[in-house]
Design a protein. Structure first.
Length: 161
């Protein structure tokens, strides 16, 4: 029996193999990262103090640095938000009370028939039918249509146009 390609990874193209290898490795790293709290708890229970040096930092300077960083973040957020609000205001001024949505012109059955290269009588019949099956040529042009007219009792009579 011929083996499937996923049972023989060597048959897959090289870019696909490399891509899926990185994809798999990335999600294995995420999965491992999710276990870190449990690993840390177990190590802490065993007496391993990996983060002892954390308390030696100067807390006052950290808060000052955090405050400066937050001010920069706030300035960036205010600039981006202000630019979006300004853009929205400009667009509102440009298009306020301007209705650019207009209905397309009505197309008569004769114009549509001339465009589709079909008899106008057939199109008029299709327009009033409950169900029309359109047949197309290789280029997507309608070549004929088939309508069904419901009769008593749910039977249908086929009428070919």
């Amino acid at each position: 029996m011929k083996q499937l390609i996923f049972e023989k990874p060597s048959l897959a193209p090289l870019p696909n193999r490399i891509g899926w290898t990185f994809f798999t490795a990335f999600f294995w790293m995420i999965w491992g990262y999710l276990w870190m709290p449990l690993v840390t708890l177990i190590l802490w229970a065993m007496g391993v103090m990996a983060y002892v040096g954390y308390g030696e930092y100067n807390v006052g300077q950290e808060w000052q640095q955090l405050g400066k960083t937050m001010l920069v973040y706030l300035a960036v957020i205010a600039t981006l938000g202000g630019s979006l609000l300004g853009w929205a205001r400009i667009e509102f001024m440009r298009f306020h009370n301007v209705n650019r949505r207009t209905r397309p012109e009505q197309v008569s059955t004769e114009e549509l028939a001339a465009y589709a290269n079909l008899p106008a009588t057939d199109l008029a019949e299709w327009k009033n039918a409950r169900r029309v099956v359109a047949f197309h040529d290789a280029h997507g042009h309608v070549i004929r249509g088939e309508t069904t007219v419901p009769l008593h009792g749910g039977n249908t009579e086929k009428i070919y146009a």
